[in-house]
Design a protein around this ligand. Structure first.
Ligand code: SAM
Ligand code: FES
Length: 353
């Protein structure tokens, strides 16, 4: 613990550690170290964001995907997944409902569904922005060409979430089919940054084959890319994948990593994810207390909620949107923070504008 205390001090002051020091911190699995990291992370997040927690309304608009990521419940080779795709009208209705409930960011997330061409997406983004000019639009629709990212940005999209999944190239290869490449994923992230999106990278904690050394590579990668957002959550097995019998990722390790990421990138927008809430009934509250400052309640129509199943036992698949926001607001308040009605942009965006 004594060594870990020194490492936490060094990390908070310099925003850096050597690989060996990162590893030592990750390998110290004591509660004291986790708590000490969380306390530091809270100090840093409160100095920048106060007690505010930003909300994002998540619209899972298609579970059709041309990719075949081995860990993912909606990958193309899962014949048991019941597929759906929302219409433009349904997507806009979700956004309208979200707006009325106080959301000022809508996140459009889906599989890589070829139906959603640039033309179709541009039209949806423009209509969203026409109806709600004070709302941010975040896209989370996977790998595309730079021209496509540019067109969607020009249509009004503000942010893009594309987890790098792992910065350990060998691990990336083992988690994905041959036609997917780590180099292309990273190229996409760099292009998104160049275009001017607020960019979110991220990874699963405890994916099959991941070591603590792989996680150190993830931390280095984040230091280098400096994304505005970082999404992390525990890996959770899905029964129709080859990883069905693998162990889920550790909640405590995820919490430690949230705190470390807060110290590495003090002003980052850091969600307390649904996967964390699925792995532990108090996971999202614990995430907030570990330094997270974003939650993403679901706005998808209840008729499709139960079909966007990336992993088993996903929470909130039966609730209406109004119920989700009420529940999240109460959970956040219970641990001493407050959900705020705002776009919740990254500080660098606010400075630019
Ligand atoms: N298609 C888009 C993409 O590739 O970025 C967005 C959807 S994708 C399903 C969103 C994220 O879900 C992935 O980046 C991955 O990290 C996470 N995910 C997929 N399967 C998971 C699992 N079994 N456990 C935890 N997270 C998972
Ligand atoms: Fe495409 Fe999971 S494999 S969303």
């Amino acid at each position: 613990m004594e060594r870990s205390e020194k490492l936490i001090d060094k990390l908070a002051q310099t925003r850096d550690l050597t690989d060996e020091e990162f590893l030592a911190l990750l390998e110290d699995e004591t509660e004291e170290t986790r708590e000490a990291l969380a306390a530091r992370a809270r100090e840093v997040r409160e100095a920048i964001h106060g007690k505010d927690v930003y909300i994002r309304g998540l619209v899972e608009f298609s579970n059709i995907c041309k990719n075949d990521c081995k860990y993912c419940g909606i990958r193309r080779s899962n014949r048991n997944a019941e597929r759906y795709r929302l219409t433009e009208e349904q997507i806009l209705e979700c956004a309208d409902m979200g707006y009325d409930l106080g959301f000022r960011t809508v996140v459009l997330q889906g599989g890589e569904d070829p139906y959603f061409t640039d033309d179709r997406l541009e039209q949806i983004i423009r209509k969203l922005k026409d109806r709600h000019p004070d709302c941010a639009v975040t896209l989370s629709i996977g790998e595309r060409e730079k021209e496509s990212y540019q067109r969607l940005f020009d249509a009004g999209a503000d942010r893009y979430l594309l987890r790098h999944e792992t910065a350990d190239e060998e691990l990336y290869k083992s988690l994905h089919p041959e036609e997917m490449s780590f180099a292309h994923r990273i190229k996409c992230l760099r292009e998104l940054k160049e275009i001017g999106y607020q960019v979110g990278a991220g990874f699963m904690v405890g994916s099959p084959g991941q070591t603590k050394a792989s996680l150190v590579k993830d931390l280095r990668f984040l230091q280098d890319l400096k994304p505005e957002m970082v999404g992390i959550g525990p890996f959770i097995p899905h029964h129709d994948t080859e990883y069905k019998d693998c162990e889920a990722g550790s909640v405590n390790l995820t919490l430690k990593l949230l705190s470390i990421i807060r110290l590495l990138l003090p002003d980052v927008l850091l969600p307390s994810t649904t996967a964390l809430g699925t792995a532990d009934p108090m996971g999202r509250e614990k995430g907030i207390l570990a330094g997270a400052n974003v939650v993403m309640p679901n706005l998808s129509p209840s008729s499709v909620r139960g079909k966007y199943l990336l992993y088993d036992n996903k929470i909130c698949t039966g609730d209406e949107a109004a119920e989700c926001i009420r529940c999240m607001t109460a959970r956040v308040a219970k641990v001493g923070y407050q959900v705020v009605q705002s776009r919740g942009d990254h500080v660098s965006y606010k400075e630019k504008n």
